[in-house]
Design a binder for this molecule. Structure first.
Ligand SMILES: Nc1ncnc2c1ncn2[C@@H]1O[C@H](COP(=O)(O)OP(=O)(O)O)[C@@H](O)[C@H]1O
Ligand SMILES: [Mg+2]
Length: 392
């Protein structure tokens, strides 16, 4: 531990992802809300190229108007994560960033108690960083390797949800190679669902590569677009009406917040990239969602069921699609490292449910440590008890 009372928390941000900038904004909110009396923050910025930088001045840098990682990397020391016999260390690598020489280095920061990966999307939310932390034996906030990987894979996720009795829209998945061999395959599947359909890459986020397709003639262009991002695409039946989100918190006994609503406004056909991030009037959120109590309860119950079905830990935001009359409610997707910007749903939902951000962070860190202890206590080898057979 950093000193007698403070926990040393590695905060990871940036990363090799289309959501790099969102992560910087999330990290600023998270670090600003961490109680300095309880936590010593070790800020680590990850460049778009994947390099890690110890960024002592991160709060100041991120608070500047347009944070970008060039600035982060420039002022930081390149570091790597190494298992260390007396605890885990972040170790500074040589200034030129040469990889091989991490043993002859200085500026080690030993004993990171817990890591908070504030990374969205690929190489951060998808189980890869979680695997690295797992190998290094460090506690970390949020879902583990499997839950994170499932959280990024829409097809795997929907299959598990369906299997657990959690409603998802009807959809088909289609592989790029099969589509190239049989170009009419998409149209055949879409016909079974009925237009409009949504076409999306299997594993991405931020609505990138997603199209709403209103007629068969436009389908293959949408598939070609989606296949730029993934070898697998989904063709989904459309469920348009309203969109809700619930925040979930916990390990074995997760709890859901009250639901919030996302209102897509202006000229946007759905909650696309522009309405999410570009157009300031493109979307709005309403907390709590304007819903009959029974429906709000149903959403919260579905959120918890989804969290459990997908083996999630710590936190997740569960997103829903509903028909306007609320007769149909589907889980659309989960986000295992939801946005933590000052206007993000996950922290706002908890705040409205009685847990302000500093308390939420305390809880997430507690859950990370609890999960780590629990995993460490599990046996990974089997020692047979001596039996009579030995004397046979
Ligand atoms: N089946 C669907 N029916 C209606 N709208 C959809 C459907 N799938 C996606 N959308 C719209 O597209 C947005 C982004 O889709 P989503 O699956 O959440 O992808 P991402 O992971 O990129 O956020 C949703 O928030 C919603 O507005
Ligand atoms: Mg989404």
């Amino acid at each position: 531990m950093a000193d007698n009372k403070r926990l040393r928390v590695g905060v990871l941000f940036g990363g090799r992802s289309g959501e790099h900038e969102i992560s910087l904004r999330s990290a600023l909110t998270v670090m600003s809300a961490m109680d300095p009396a309880r936590y010593e923050i070790v800020p680590v910025g990850i460049g778009r190229d994947g390099r890690w930088y110890l960024q002592r001045d991160a709060l100041k840098l991120l608070a500047e108007k347009t944070p970008h990682l060039a600035a982060l990397g420039a002022g930081g020391t390149q570091v790597t994560l190494l298992p260390h016999p007396e605890g885990q260390s972040l170790i500074a690598t040589p200034a030129d960033g040469a990889r091989g020489d991490v043993t002859r280095t200085h500026d080690a920061i030993p004993d990171i108690d817990v890591v908070f990966p504030v990374l969205h999307g690929t190489y951060g939310e998808d189980g890869t960083v979680q695997g690295l932390l797992e190998l290094a034996g460090i506690a970390y906030v949020g879902a583990g390797v499997l839950g994170s990987a499932i959280g990024m894979d829409k097809d795997a996720q929907k299959r598990l949800l369906r299997d657990a009795g959690v409603a998802v829209v009807k959809y088909f998945s289609i592989e790029r190679a099969d589509y190239h061999d049989t170009p009419q395959l998409g149209a055949k599947l879409a016909r079974k669902l009925g237009y409009p359909v949504f076409v999306k890459p299997n594993a991405l986020g931020s609505s990138i590569g997603i199209s709403k397709v209103k007629r068969a003639g436009d389908l293959n262009a949408a598939l070609d677009d989606a296949f730029q991002y993934d070898r697998k695409a989904l063709i989904e039946a459309s469920c348009e009406g309203r969109e809700f989100e619930c925040a979930v918190l916990g390990n074995d006994r997760p709890e859901a917040s009250i639901p919030g609503e996302v209102l897509v406004t202006g000229a946007h056909d759905f909650y696309d990239y522009e309405s999410k991030y570009v157009d300031p009037e493109g979307s709005a959120t309403k907390i709590p969602a304007d819903l009959p109590a029974a429906k709000a309860k149903k959403l919260s119950a579905m959120a918890v069921a989804a969290f459990k079905a997908l083996s999630l830990r710590g936190m997740a935001r569960v997103d829903f699609l509903a028909s306007r009359d609320l007769r149909q409610i589907y889980v659309n997707e989960v986000n295992t490292i939801p946005g933590f910007t000052s206007i993000s749903m996950y922290p706002k939902l908890w705040e409205a449910s009685g847990i302000p951000l500093p308390k939420l962070i305390d809880r997430l860190i507690e859950l990370a440590l609890e999960e780590h202890r629990e995993r460490a206590s599990l046996k990974i080898t089997y020692q047979p008890t001596p039996s009579a057979k030995a004397g046979d």
